[in-house]
Design a protein around this ligand. Sequence first.
Ligand code: FAD
Ligand code: UDP
Length: 379
Amino acid sequence: MFDWLIVGAGFAGSVLAERIASQRGERVLLIDKRPHIAGNAYDRYDQAGLLIHQYGPHIFHTNSKAIFDYLSKFTRWRPYEHRVLAEVDGMLLPIPINLDTVNRLFGLNLDSEGLAAWFEARAEKRSEIRTSEDVVVSAVGRELYEKFFRGYTKKQWGVEPSALDKSVTARVPTRTDRDDRYFSDAYQFMPEGGYTRMFERMLDHSNIKIMLQTRFSEIKGQIPFRRLIYTGPIDEFFQFRYGRLPYRSLRFEHVTINERRHQPVAVVNYPQTQAYTRVTEYKHLTGQQHEKTSLTFEYPCDTGDPYYPVPRAENMELYKRYERLAIAQKDVWFVGRLATYRYYNMDQVVGQALSTFRRINQEIEGSGAGDFNPPVAAE
Ligand code: FAD
Ligand code: UDP
């Protein structure tokens, strides 16, 4: 008899397996339907021997020292600051939009103050910022919105930015200085030996048993357990009782080419041309030396593995109905990007898992927070 069954070996399931095994001393069965651990963060060496990310580029960034310290128990880090270029009007320009983006695109020579005034003159004021179109148009105006955001967003999500919650494009800031980093978080690193290696260390505990290529539906009723943590899609857990929650999927095309270096930065975005949204070259992320290079092209699609919850009001309402069912379940915890239908980054999922662990301790023992006091994940 296992004390816990944990469904899904991504960040949510693996962090909780590690905490429960090492801090509560209880026995955990961790299952995943895929043939590997690490969920969407899974990386592997391809045929040429280059480390690639099976499910698209994963760059670790966080402002939380607690989350960074927790993961540092299982990996050393390689300092890495992510930079992205967007191909716009035939040029490769920094995204997030910054001083160099505007100067190069329009042949201007503005300084930061000049750019702030330039934005001000073009920004369309809105009484309320509600959608992903509002966010961009009210900050930089319609022309930059059309060039950098509209096409990319339509490709990525299959709908106009005006049909998406503001939180989607709000992930990408606008800058008036020359900072061309994609993220501005305090901690920006890649796990030195890769994500999968980090997960292997996290799960290397005698209280944790792992079963891969195993679906929850296959073992429910077959293997006894006392408590359940579920990190798969919440609508699937409840047999789609209220209908399906929309998730956006991607098709990944991985290629290796006979070039040492293909593009100047790790990721190039294509907001105006191509069927794919972006191209990733992994050597920039990993620092690996090799005479060849491996790339991934991302083609968004409706069907396939669920990768992104789709943030819009009607979907949140449907999710809330499922959440009410989830709250009513005894001895079941729902955690992670799919089970809580939130567009979370890796660090936010780790934060959510660590807070869940604290809640588990409180609910089961009526006791304190264990040895860890995690910050609440940002919404
Ligand atoms: P997952 O990693 O999806 O793990 C859930 C696991 O549950 C899966 O392995 C699945 O196979 C398994 N499962 C589901 N249902 C069942 C079932 N019924 N039975 C058995 N197993 C089941 N975050 C960042 O911080 N930085 C980035 O650069 C970044 N880039 C990303 C790029 C892409 C293309 C995508 C899709 C995501 C990216 N993310 C990034 C987000 C990151 O992937 C997630 O935050 C994180 O992986 C979520 O972890 P999770 O455990 O909630 O879910
Ligand atoms: N986005 C865009 N153009 C870009 C980059 C981002 O329109 O060049 C929008 C798009 O809607 C995207 C969202 O901003 O889905 C969030 O971008 P992010 O890079 O955070 O997406 P993720 O890495 O999560 O796929």
